[in-house]
Design a protein around this ligand. Sequence first.
Ligand SMILES: [Zn+2]
Length: 314
Amino acid sequence: MRVGLDIGGTNTDVVALDQLGQAIQSLRVPTGLGASTVAETAEHAVRELASLIGCTVDDFESVGIGVPGVVDPETGQVRHAVNLGVDDLDLADPLARRLGVPVRVENDVNAAAYGACHLLELEGSAALLNLGTGLAAGIVIDGQVSRGAAGGTGEIGHIPVDPAGVICSCGQRGCLETVASGAAIGRMWPTDAPIAALELFDRADAGDVCAVEVREIFATGVASAIRVLVLTVDVQTVVLGGGLSNLGDRLLDAVTEILRRWENGSAFLSSRHLPERVRLLPVALHAATIGAALIGATGLGVPVSLRSPAASLD
Ligand SMILES: [Zn+2]
């Protein structure tokens, strides 16, 4: 069995895959914040999963972990995971010693991109555009996660697109993340509703002029991010993931409508076939945990095309 963890700011999800890549058991535990507590959460989650399955940790052949922040998969070092309260954490080796199982660590968006390629059976190159509180992309080229020189591949949320825009959390002005993210919707559509994005889309569908305008700004930002990914890396597929992808077809429709509008004004853009490259990650697919499990098992640099059949929790 191969185990994958997705450590988020609120919860840690863990899954066990069998030899065929099928999910056989999963579990969610609350994430404790701070370096030592995050490591304890990971260990606890793996042990808890073993006890749920009725096996021992020794029955696990590998553990892969997706975690936010700057991750060095070679050393297992995690830095600047702000929403975990982690500045610097040596996660892989100490955990491997405690569990007695090989542990690999990867950035969570990269793990989700890898998992999405596996689950959606995508060949060639693909990007997962993670629409969460922030905005970032994981990029897989020819079956391998692209990391860049310093682990910063896919940080497209901090590409400035509006010189007159608001100041971003990164200190620049008018970044993509200031219009195309959960935080951006929260700022542009202040509400007491539990899910601001859902209320925004509901109100826009009902014809509220302000809501239509905010949805347009948001969807244009997402479309811009897709355009950046296709024009820089020429990925065959851009998968919309992250919490906002729960908006489903309404998100996909709003974004593709803008891409088609752009195509009408540009023969060049039209030749790139942007709308046809966009897909939605189905809500039920736990791309980050499954991607982490596969990365943990295959190690670095093994193409995703050598994977086992598609896994599912359903
Ligand atoms: Zn920024």
